[in-house]
Write a protein that binds this ligand. Sequence first.
Ligand SMILES: Cc1cc2nc3c(=O)[nH]c(=O)nc-3n(C[C@H](O)[C@H](O)[C@H](O)COP(=O)(O)OP(=O)(O)OC[C@H]3O[C@@H](n4cnc5c(N)ncnc54)[C@H](O)[C@@H]3O)c2cc1C
Length: 442
Amino acid sequence: MKLPLAFPFYAIAQVKPLPTPFSVPIWQKPQTASAFQSLVQAPVDVVIVGGGFMGLSTALHTARLGLGVQVLDGGEIGQGASGLNGGQVIPGLKYDPEWLLEHFGPERGQALVDFAASTADTVFDLIRDEELAVPFTRNGWIQAAHTETALKAAGNRDRQWRARGADVRLLSQSEITAATGAQGYLGGWLDRRAGIIDPLAYTAELARIAAAAGASIAERQKAVKLGKEAGLWRVSTENGAEIRAKAVVLATNAYTDGLLPGLAETIVPLHSFQVATAPLSSNLAATILPEGQAVSDSRRILVYYRKTADGRLVLGGRGRMALPRSEADWAHLQRALVRLYPALSDVPIEKHWFGRVAMTPDHLPHIHEPEKGLLAVVGCQGRGVGLMSALGKRMAGYLANGDANQLPFPLSPIRPIPFHAFRQIGVAATIAWYRTLDAFER
Ligand SMILES: Cc1cc2nc3c(=O)[nH]c(=O)nc-3n(C[C@H](O)[C@H](O)[C@H](O)COP(=O)(O)OP(=O)(O)OC[C@H]3O[C@@H](n4cnc5c(N)ncnc54)[C@H](O)[C@@H]3O)c2cc1C
């Protein structure tokens, strides 16, 4: 049966803004994570609001280029999406190379293709070169196809990246079954450039080396006011601190609040929920993802999963739009887990948590500079581990020498999504609709 794909995604929506869940417990938080409380008094070159991959990578590389940097985070380092994510380090954007070339033209398009191809390298090179204490594997990412249509799309993607020398290949049904141990896939696509990291360890290590490079980092310093004074930006925090700087970078992504009017209205923040099983027995671990790849499936409301360094299976997917009320809000992920791996029906779920991802209407990250020296980056589309690490490095180059060609994406005006105030209803309806379509295709 052929089903319609479209639903007016951003058409209608929300009632009240989502609260920022700074109080959500982070179950993986390592005992050794140090608190950052370094606040400068004198003016600095750059204040970065947000201490996730984007903010910390920008801080690291900006400090290494000799600029004075202050990072402010409203919560703890790692409490945003960067510490909570699925740990899948996947190169590329939502779009394939030919689309990027067609839409951005040969020059900018090619630069974007090269940038997109390099984002996973940025992470793994940093882990290697800086000897970061980050558990990782680099055996690739599988995009698992559950329909003929998805298989065709995988073939198209494979052709485009292989033509550009990427280490990728298609998987037959028997190959994907052997690689995942999961039920229900017709085949898939293996991208060997990708891998897995422990996201919280990576965030903490980025903060450590950014601080070692000279960046000041302060946790629990929520920026509440932006102003300008005698040619300098002034950022005021909830706790009464004031930092003056030549430039400000808002690296708040899906946790963007009202600090810069209109910015939060350019994205749709969605919740991604995850569950982690108890550590698997050696028998189960030998049949589930034996080579340690990460997987995302091809459903409209997709699930993604991987094994952790301590032997758990972690699976994530879309969660409710509002904040969760009880453990029952993760039940759909447990069902997905057992659908893929019936042998896990008796294995307890020991952890569950969630974080926020930022979607933009064109599914691309947006970089804004509404006034000289005031920059904002939003819209990771749920694929920000490599992307934001690499973008932070480029942002540092731009801050240091002012050459906008350093940035892979063009600077764009802040354009609030029409009827943004109603987004929650619209997105929830879209998700329900997509789930129905997915169910028909099982
Ligand atoms: C559950 C989940 C799973 C995901 N899985 C993957 C995956 O497997 N692979 C992948 O590539 N991507 C994944 N992503 C996306 C990825 O985690 C993000 O794209 C990335 O972490 C974004 O980094 P960031 O630095 O831009 O934002 P964040 O890490 O969210 O950092 C933003 C920071 O801004 C701070 N902040 C906000 N407002 C203020 C303020 N006013 N003052 C001070 N600080 C403020 C917040 O406290 C937060 O720490 C996932 C995301 C989630 C939520």
